[in-house]
Design a protein around this ligand. Structure first.
Ligand code: BTN
Length: 238
């Protein structure tokens, strides 16, 4: 039996809002809302997530028994599941993971993850560019179609994604963050990165991921810095 229950709808404002409302009514873990399009899709930091028909938009309800301070680590659980899903669709592409949770194909963003918390529940929103991608977003982006994937129906892609998500959720529950972190690091986008922080921009070489999920950077002055939140760009971007 599948560990999740999909509620498929034609259109909604945001699947994250639908799952949040269900969580507030005590819905059990495993609910997934999948919409064919969203009219007010949201990205990280309150940005708009364009949501035309043809891409995948879904949100899952998890109730991990974890400390509130560790909830952010679940973004790497989801990023790993996205990696596996994109790999199943694009067996020989260059796929990488950019901190904190972007999945890139040939260096271009192919989807996004929005984690939110409501009443102690974790809402995992995933948008995957299947047929369309924005031309003028914050980051260069692509889609499965643009990257040359064999066409697959959305119901197959969502099942792959959710099975991968529950696989990595199981790893996290059983072994904690270490194996999740190991896999993420193995596929991480490295090199010189620019990070936009509330107090300005810094540049540094990727130096890993710490046990708390923070991005480690080597700065030009030889110091090391751990970043908890920010937008990350490659040196050639922006
Ligand atoms: C990002 O900024 O990269 C995160 C984008 C997350 C988009 C998904 S689409 C399904 C779910 N519903 C939303 O409104 N947002 C997330």
């Amino acid at each position: 039996m599948k560990p999740y229950r999909i509620s498929q709808i034609e259109a909604t404002s945001s699947t994250n809002d639908d799952v949040k409302a269900a969580a507030e009514k005590n819905e059990a873990e495993g609910l997934v809302v999948w919409a064919l399009k969203q009219t007010a899709g949201r990205g990280r930091h309150g940005r708009v997530w364009e949501s035309p028909e043809g891409n995948l938009y879904c949100s899952a309800l998890l109730r991990p028994k974890t400390d509130a301070s560790e909830i952010g680590l679940y973004s790497f659980v989801v990023a790993n599941a996205m990696y596996d899903t994109v790999r199943q669709c694009l067996p020989i592409a260059d796929i990488s993971l950019k901190w904190p949770n972007d999945v890139l194909v040939e260096g271009q963003k192919i989807g996004g993850i929005l984690l939110e918390v409501a009443d102690g529940a974790l809402i995992i929103g995933v948008g995957l560019n299947v047929l369309h991608h924005p031309e003028d977003g914050l980051y260069p982006s692509t889609s499965l179609r643009a990257a040359g994937a064999e066409p697959k129906p959305l119901n197959e892609i969502i099942d792959m994604l959710l099975l991968n998500l529950w696989h990595w959720y199981g790893v996290m529950k059983k072994d904690g963050f270490s194996l999740v972190r190991e896999f993420w690091l193995k596929h991480a986008a490295t090199g010189l990165l620019k990070v936009r922080l509330p107090q300005g921009q810094i540049e540094g070489d990727f130096a890993g991921l710490d046990e708390n999920g923070r991005l480690k950077l080597h700065l030009a002055d030889g110091s090391e810095r751990a970043i908890a939140t920010g937008d990350v760009f490659f040196r050639t971007e922006t």
